[in-house]
Design a protein around this ligand. Structure first.
Ligand code: ZN
Length: 149
């Protein structure tokens, strides 16, 4: 294992063992759950929105270390950001995971997300890494729809 692979492994394990933003919000505006049946991963996010931003986020879940670490990394990165900023972060992460984008292209907020680059070698695990981000994207769409009504 190379030095950077070792470092990445440590980042993932750290988020897995000490998840950030773990739990649920008392009065969330939206709760969104996602599952990856291929691996048995489950995540549930509770979200609280301010004026155009995601003021708070918590998650709970079960599943493999990749899915849970990815949720922790994402929750930490998006908390307090505007919805449009978050949509960009999700796009940037997707580019790296699904389109072979360079991890160096990720912004500072996604520093820890670079650790998931190695997962690209394992197509089944990419779904684990994407679960949190896909679930949040769906939640943002719902929130935008709810506002438009
Ligand atoms: Zn998984």
């Amino acid at each position: 294992m190379s030095e950077s692979e070792e470092l990445y492994r440590e980042v993932i394990l750290d988020h897995y063992k000490n998840p950030r933003q773990l739990g649920h919000l008392e009065h969330p505006d939206l709760v969104e759950a996602g599952a990856n049946p291929l691996c048995g991963d489950q995540l549930e996010f509770s979200l609280s929105f301010g004026r155009g931003d995601l003021s708070d986020i918590r998650f709970q879940g079960t599943g493999c270390s990749i899915s849970q670490a990815s949720a922790s990394i994402m929750a930490d990165a998006v908390k307090g950001k505007s919805v449009s900023e978050i949509e960009q972060l999700i796009d940037q992460f997707r580019k790296m995971m699904l389109e072979g984008g360079s991890p160096d292209a990720l912004p500072e907020e996604l520093e820890d997300a670079k650790a998931l680059e190695g997962v690209r070698k394992y197509p089944l695990r990419v779904k684990c890494a994407m679960l949190a981000w896909n679930t949040l994207r769906l939640a943002l769409k719902k929130q935008a729809g709810a506002k438009a009504v």
